[in-house]
Structures are given as C-alpha cells and as structure tokens.
Design a protein. Structure first.
Length: 637
C-alpha cells in the first residue's frame, strides 16, 4: 500500500531491511536506521539526495515502518518531500520497486537504504539522460570481488552480462562490481517484475532486461559507496569517514593517483607476457596497492602491450591476463581503479603482426596519452600524483606528464637506458615505494619546511648523513618545496666525486673515498657567479660503481644549490660556505636493510655484503655521526 497522497518522485530508496546481521549491535532497529557516527544511515542518504537537488523521495519500507515514518515524517525537517511505499510482505528489492512503480517518475534514481554513499548523483543521472538506455548502473572495483556481483561490460561501457556471487571458479571476470545505485525507466520495468513473489533487482530484473534486448549502461566511478550490513562493515565505513576517505575519492576536489607500470613493477617481468598462467605478482605488490586504496589514492595501471600489435596475444588474451591480475590483487583486498593499455608497436617484421596496430601513437610510453586520458577520466591532480615503474620509459612518461616519479629496482630496474632521465626517487620495490608515497614523503616534507624557510634566500644547502639514510630523498623534497616557492634548485651529489673503485680501500676511512677538493672546485665558483653558468657535473652509476658520464646543468645566479652526500658535513671549503646544513638519520635496522638491498641489486653475494656492511659500520658511520655536529637541522627518515 501507499501511505499519503502519491506524487512523482525522482528517488526511490529501498529501506525495508531487517538488519539481522546487525542485531548484536543495534537490537530491533531497522537496518536503514542504524547509527553511523551518530546519524542514521538512511538520514545520511536523504541528506546526500538533497545536496544534489533530488528533493522528491519515496521510501520503500517494510520492517518497523512506523519507526522510520516517525523519524522522517513528510521530510520537511530535512529539506525534502517524502512519501512512503509500505510492503505488507517482503517481496525483495525488485518486488518492492514493482509495487511502488505507479508512484514514481518516468525516470528515477534507486538507492539502497543500507549503504553509505558520497557520490555525485547528478553525474550518473546526467549520463543516463544523455543516452537512450533502459538503465544505468553505478559500478566500481572493490576489495572483495570474489563475493560481489560482477558486471561484464563491452568496449563502449554497455552491460553484456551480470555474474552474481558465489563465483564457482574464483573471479571469472574483471573486478567491476555492481555498487547498488541505479537510474531506471519506469516503463521498461512494469512488465518484467511479477506482481507477486520475491525478486531481486540485480539477480532477476537486470538479467531479464538484457534477455529482452533492453540496453543497460555502466557508470564507472571511484567515488565512495559501501554497504553497512555487518558490524565489521559498519565499523570500516565509520573509520573511512573519520579519516576522510570519501572526500579524497569524491568529485569536490581533484584526486591524487599513483600510476603504475605493469610488467616488472606489479608482476614479474616475463619478456612479453602472453597468457594469464605467466602472471605472478611481485612479492608485496598487492599489499602496496592495498595501501594506496586505503589512503584514498587512485591506483591506475598504464602499460605498453606490444604483444597485441605483434600478434603474440589477442585482446581477449589481454583481458584474461587482466582478469587474473584483478583476481590476484583481490585475494589481498586490493584493486586497481583503472587500467589503460597501449596495443601499438611501431616496428614491423613480426610473424602474425596486426598491421593496423603497427603505428607511432601518442599512448605508448614514454608518450603520455594513457596518463592524459586517465587524468581526464578520473579528475586527477598531476602535481599530487605519482608514476612508479621499472624502466626509463616509465620515468620519462611520468616526467613529461608532470608527475613525481619513482624508479623501482625490480623488473628492468632502470637499466634499459633507453632514455637519459633521472627519477625523483628510487625504491627497491613497489611496497617500499608505497611506504614512501603514503607516509614517508609527507613526513619528510613536514620536517623540511623549516629548512626551506631558513634557506629561502641562501645559495647553498648541504645534506649529510650515513649511506642509505635518505639524503637524496631529502634533497628532492627540498627541491619540490623550493619549486613551489618559485625558486629553481639544483641537486648535486658528492657521489660523482667518489674515487674509482680501484683507487680506494675499504677500512681506510670514508673521506679517503671522496675527492672533496675536486667537488669544491666545481661548486664554489657558482656561489658568487653574477650570470648563468653551464656546468658539467659528474654522475655516479651505482650499478657499475663508477662516475662514467657527466650531466650539463644551467645554473643561474639566483638558483639554490643542494649538495648531498655522506661527507657533505665534513670540514671542507663547502662547509665554510654553507649556513644551512642538514643531517639525515634513520634507524640502524632500516639503514642496514637498505644497504643490503642496494648491494643485492648490484649483484654482490651475501658474504661480500656482510663484509662491506661491517666495514662501513667501522670506518664510515662513527665519523659521519661525529660531523653531524656541524648540522643546523636534524631530520629522520
């Protein structure tokens, strides 16, 4: 039955649930009235509707209907108009909707009363209105796809099939989940939902619509929408609201993203992976993606896939690979918000190659086409986003796109040498990169704000500390902060003046390994220069342990010079000419772990590593910590 006088409404909220799984927490409260941080979930939904100018609402209620009516009344206290459709017997979501159809607008929005949503309702409404479709479904990836209703889309975003859980063989399709928010047309539904019996919208009505040839469209969004049907989910949503996760994923501001290369960064490099059985995640990769998800950072994979152009894998093969990727990530409660691939390859001459894909395109990294598309699709702020990859092409793409860049030492580890580009940061693997992105970078930035304030009118900053404490990262953070203040900055590493490996001996003291006089002869003349100078700076190759090439810098008379290195704070002409001196420290455990990771990457054996680390503890660490007394600022990483 319908209470009160029926009037058309733009929003139907399914609010008839009992809340059986929440009874231990809420007693006899109907599920939509469960308090979420002190406010009933249903009230939060009504306020969401009002904020997007959806002010005509029909509440479809059943259990404890009097309690809901007493709380909301006619809606005037909440700035909306509320009518009630009251079920005498539970008919499921589709049955409740069928009974209310005569009282709904020709087009209406459907919300579920046991969900918390921070979604731009006008976005899905306007997309639906612009297309000739029978329904539009709000879709998103989630962190539990194996027990979610999956939606299969074609290349145009049309719904091809729905796959309700449970899924017999793991994840059968991509992690695209029905988020239970729809725009529907009244006239297409009346003949599809029986007048009696219990039926579900997702499990019965949508498949019936597809079977009759009706067109359903997907609306993919990273915006926040979660059900609160269990105590655990209710608590999780409360935590997310407290930490601001819905705001970070919403449309009220530009979003931050981490762009991830695939092969060699997320999964083990296979030299042109061709089938899902070859896919294996790099240890820790799924945990890294999960940390991005929980921090409100979009995780977007961008990957060159020339195997398609070369005829070594089809688009169906690629989709199967990415389904396997979704499945493996989902097993660790992680997900990608988006995945973009370039199927092109400019070089010809492969057996079975696809001629139409053998082109020079604007999407193949280091071109920025995939990044640019994602920026438009997701509303991403470039200056707040990152590119993480294992090749120089990844880093160059990130640089061109205006992202901060991290090179991981998995996969190619930057040794492809296709492009002469330096990453902003280097990490041993994706999990280490995620720790820096999620926590480390912000923590160091906060510490270095005072340094930058002190150095704003200085010509040089020195950064010293033991090996692998984070000196180069500190230098880069200062450079970013200075750039934001409008000042050009140049980072010069003293490692460029490390003596050749044959000219130094372990155990003779750290100063013996550096030619500090040569470094001073290059740097000091720049401090008093009255015009711009072009300077050649030796660059140290950590893999070969040699300064094998020089970079040419154009340094102006007002630019800031940052000199970083183990011996930067030692007595030298450099120290005498710098009033801002920073010492970087970290725990012995972290430093030792970083050192060992570095030497493993260089190809040293365990016994060699043990010997070098022990030697450094004797001839480097005590001296470097002693000269830290020269520092004006101490920071930790």
């Amino acid at each position: 039955m319908i209470s009160n006088t029926a009037t058309p409404a733009q929003v139907a909220i399914l609010a008839g649930g009992l809340g059986t799984r929440l009874k231990s927490r809420t007693g006899d409260l109907p599920k939509p009235m469960v308090p979420l941080l002190g406010i009933p979930v249903l009230e939060r939904l009504i306020l969401l509707c009002r904020s997007h100018d959806f002010k005509k609402i029909v509440l479809l209620i059943h259990y404890a209907s009097d309690m809901i009516q007493d709380h909301f009344g006619d809606g005037s206290a909440f700035g909306v108009q509320i009518k009630y459709s009251i079920e005498q017997e539970a008919r499921g979501t589709a049955g409740a909707l069928r009974d209310a159809l005569p009282y709904l607008d020709t087009r209406f929005l459907v919300l579920y009363g046991d969900t918390y949503a921070d979604v731009n309702l006008r976005g899905i409404w306007d997309q639906h209105a612009s297309r000739n479709v029978a329904g539009t479904l709000l879709l998103h990836p989630n962190d539990h796809p194996s027990d979610s209703d999956l939606v299969q889309l074609d290349a145009d975003g049309s719904v091809v099939a729905l796959h309700p859980y449970p899924h017999k063989d793991g994840l059968p399709h991509r992690n695209i989940v029905n988020a239970a928010l729809y725009v529907l047309e009244r006239e297409t539904l009346s003949g599809l939902i029986p007048v009696s019996g219990k039926f579900d919208i997702a499990k019965h009505t949508f498949p019936a619509m597809l079977d009759t040839g009706l067109h359903l469209q997907g609306y993919l969004t990273p915006e926040y929408i979660k059900d609160i049907g269990t105590p655990e989910r209710l608590d999780k949503v409360a935590r997310d609201i407290t930490f601001g996760l819905p705001e970070k994923l919403g449309e009220r501001q530009l979003r931050s993203a981490v762009f991830l290369d695939r092969d060699g960064t997320l999964n083990i490099e296979r030299n042109h992976l061709r089938c899902p059985t070859q896919l294996a995640l790099i240890p820790g990769a799924s945990n890294a993606v999960h940390s991005f998800n929980r921090a409100g950072l979009l995780s977007i994979c961008i990957t060159n896939q020339p195997v398609v152009a070369r005829g070594e894998a089809s688009l169906k093969d690629l989709d199967d690979i990415h389904t396997a990727l979704d499945r493996e990530l989902g097993e660790s409660s992680a997900y990608l918000d988006g995945l973009y691939f370039c199927p092109h390859h400019p070089d010809k001459g492969f057996d079975g190659e696809v001629q139409r894909l053998k082109i020079n395109c604007d999407c193949r990294k280091p071109e920025t086409g995939m990044i640019d598309r994602a920026v438009r699709d997701f509303g991403i702020a470039r200056h707040l986003s990152w590119m993480v990859g294992d090749s120089t092409g990844d880093i160059e793409a990130g640089r061109r796109a205006g992202l901060k860049t991290i090179l991981v030492r998995t996969g190619h580890a930057g040794l492809d040498q296709k492009y002469q580009v330096k990453p902003d940061y280097i990490a041993p693997d994706l999990i280490a990169a995620s720790e820096w992105i999620v926590k480390g970078h912000a923590a160091m930035t906060r510490q270095l704000l005072e340094v930058c304030a002190s150095a704003i009118n200085e010509r040089m900053v020195l950064i010293g500390g033991p090996a692998r404490t984070g000196k180069s990262s500190a230098a880069q953070v200062i450079a970013e902060l200075m750039m934001a203040a409008g000042r050009s900055t140049h980072i010069i590493s003293l490692d460029g003046w490390l003596k050749p490996i044959h000219a130094r001996t372990e155990g003779t003291g750290v100063l013996d390994r550096y030619d500090m006089d040569a470094a001073s002869r290059v740097v000091l003349p720049l401090l008093d220069a009255k015009c711009r100078h072009w300077v050649e700076i030796p660059e140290y190759d950590r893999k070969t342990q040699s300064a094998g090439f020089h970079s040419t810098r154009s340094i102006g008379p007002d630019d800031l010079i940052i000199v970083e290195g183990v011996t930067a704070l030692a007595d030298s002409p450099l120290l005498s000419n710098a009033s801002i001196r920073v010492s970087v420290e970290t725990s012995d455990d972290i430093r030792s772990s970083r050192l060992r990771s570095e030497y493993l990457w260089r190809g040293l054996k365990i016994n060699e590593i043990d010997s070098i680390v022990a030697s450094r503890e004797i001839d480097e660490v005590p001296f470097v910590r002693q000269i830290a007394a020269h520092a004006t600022h101490l920071i930790t990483s």
